[in-house]
Design a protein around this ligand. Structure first.
Ligand code: COI
Length: 355
């Protein structure tokens, strides 16, 4: 692997690799041996390093703990049939991290630091990349404020870090969702498009209420009228109605610009599948469910991949979706994306980065 940035790498003397049961991976529980760290101070990123994964020491006055200046990304690395480690669309994650950083008043991170930190970490921990189909190494880059100061203002210092976790599927079975019409995830002018910690914190209470009633996730609606479908808690969502795929647009600032979402839109274009980026109203969704014109509903996300939705609750009424047909669009995109990631299908869009 060619490297363009030279920084210290301190290897663990106590690898946990041998103790990991790769046939039984729970999402997010197992963390690989090393982490990449960079510090931001005096207006620049310094002290780049890879070190053994370990807890951080934080001051109780740490600004993130109080005011939530914190952003993150999620991406995945795979091992292809030649044993090579590849990462999917890491450059897109870097761009989105910087969009989130701008909204949250945090510093921009140069592409070279992001990509070199990522590739050198993956190179070092390549033995952690699972080989089983469906399994992958989830990569979590994140940035947070480190000022020890509890006045409300943007921090002057930050940390950028990356760690990785071998994972299986986020959803091991089809998903049940409830259309949320009381609580709000995002409103225009807010932070909905940013991948920032507070968005997830604010979603926990409403999601928990739905989970207590037997649903896996919410389908969020717009904050003003609660009449238009936006996204789900862990993924963007798409619906196929009367042969047309419909997904919410990202120009309102309320929807996360999902990289899997973008990849699926590109594949739909490649295959001349009709796809509309527009808001589907709750009424339209309900009518399609009643009339039987809803052919498919699925989530798209890095962790969730392509998650089939099997049940939707609207205003207290449950609707069961049709079984997936063998030629379902969601199955075709899942298999195409897997094929590209595992090096079995030509990567015509240059989505794959070899480590
Ligand atoms: C991802 O898909 O990478 C996410 O960040 C969603 C979730 C696990 C918070």
């Amino acid at each position: 692997m060619k490297t363009t940035l030279d920084f210290p790498v301190s290897r663990t003397t106590n690898s946990k690799l041998a103790s990991v049961d790769f046939s039984n991976l729970v999402f997010g529980k197992t963390i690989s041996d090393h982490m990449f760290v960079a510090d931001y101070k005096n207006g620049e990123w310094t002290d780049l390093r890879i070190e053994p994964y370990a807890p951080l020491q934080l001051s109780p006055a740490n600004a993130t703990l109080h005011y939530g200046q914190s952003i993150f990304e999620g991406m995945k690395a795979y091992k292809n049939s030649n044993g090579e480690v590849i990462v999917f669309r890491g450059d897109a994650n870097w761009k989105r991290l910087n969009e989130s950083a701008q909204r949250m008043c945090m510093p921009q991170l140069p592409e070279e630091i992001f990509m070199e930190g990522l590739t050198q970490l993956l190179d070092l921990d390549r033995a952690w990349v699972p080989t089983a189909k469906g399994a992958s190494l989830y990569v979590r880059p994140f940035m947070f404020a480190t000022d020890d100061y509890i006045g409300v203002k943007p921090s002057e210092t930050y940390k950028f870090m990356i760690f990785t976790c071998p994972v299986g599927n986020y959803y091991s079975k089809p998903v049940s969702v409830k259309v949320e019409t009381t609580f709000t995830r995002a409103t225009e002018g807010g932070t909905g498009a940013a991948k920032t910690a507070g968005n997830y914190a604010a979603s926990l209470y409403p999601a928990l209420q739905a989970q207590k009633s037997g649903y896996d996730q919410l389908l969020w609606t717009d904050g003003k009228s609660h009449s238009k479908i936006e996204e789900s808690g862990t993924m963007n969502v798409m619906f196929k109605i009367d042969g047309k795929i419909i997904t919410a647009p990202t120009n309102t600032g309320t929807i996360l610009k999902g990289i899997t979402r973008d990849s699926v839109i590109q594949l739909a274009k490649d295959w001349n599948e009709p796809l509309e980026e527009r808001f589907l109203t709750v009424k339209e969704l309900e009518s399609a469910l009643i009339e039987g014109s809803l052919e498919e509903a699925f989530g798209t996300g890095t962790a969730a991949t392509i998650a089939h939705i099997e049940r939707i609750n609207i205003n207290g009424k449950d609707y069961i979706l049709p079984q997936k047909s063998v030629d379902a669009f969601s199955l075709r995109v899942l298999s195409e994306l897997d094929g590209i990631k595992y090096g079995e299908i030509d990567d015509t869009h240059n989505w794959v980065i070899k480590i």
